[in-house]
Design a protein around this ligand. Structure first.
Ligand code: SAM
Length: 181
């Protein structure tokens, strides 16, 4: 049986949102993670750089009756500090490119790290940052390397950073979880 990377991230996110709270979906794509967050969070703020992704997310939210809980923002996630003026319980990055879309419009390490820095600032104490990384393509491998260095250097007094990875398949997707104290 394959390791369920997304299922594992969702389990931890659900646990963090047991009492509700605000969540950010930093890469809403086709809206699957946004729907999951909107099911468990009090409110969700969702970002994507692609108009098509925002449209797909808004459509699926309408279909399942959750659009009232979500504010979709058509902008890069490295504008989190401008767009979000409140503390949030959970921030989710599902990196890479839109499934079935243009693979060149993928997340990139520099913007990803800048956005994660902003996400950790708006995270409330006890909150969770969940990042799913896809090292199986060039930009994903660069992101995986940069993120590992970045997360390993986070001050241990403020954060606990955890990596959850398949040990015998180097290019398998994996999760990084950062808990804010
Ligand atoms: C793997 S997909 C996300 C899948 C999505 N969470 C879902 O459930 O369908 C990655 C998404 O990141 C978006 N993206 C790429 N660069 C971005 C950026 N700088 N800011 C926000 N979104 C970005 C892409 O447009 C793409 O839709």
């Amino acid at each position: 049986m394959m390791h369920g990377t997304i299922a594992s991230a969702h389990a931890k996110i659900k646990e963090s949102l047991a009492n509700g709270g605000v969540a950010i979906d930093a890469t809403c794509g086709n809206g699957k993670d946004t729907v999951f967050l909107a099911t468990h969070a009090t409110r969700v703020i969702a970002f994507d750089v692609q108009k098509k992704a925002i449209e797909n997310t808004e459509r699926i939210l309408m279909d399942v009756g959750l659009s009232d809980k979500v504010r979709c923002i058509h902008a890069s996630h490295d504008t989190i500090s401008d767009a979000v003026q409140e503390s949030v319980r959970v921030v989710v990055f599902n990196l890479g490119y839109l499934p079935g879309g243009d693979a060149s419009l993928t997340t990139r390490k520099d913007t990803t790290i800048a956005a994660i820095r902003q996400a950790l600032n708006v995270l409330e104490p006890g909150g969770l940052l969940s990042v799913t990384v896809y090292p199986g393509h060039k930009h994903g491998a660069e992101e995986a390397e940069a993120l590992e260095v970045y997360a390993a250097r986070l001050p241990a007094k403020q954060f606990t950073a955890v990596i959850e990875r398949v040990m015998n398949r180097q290019d398998a997707p994996h999760n990084i979880f950062v808990y804010k104290h």
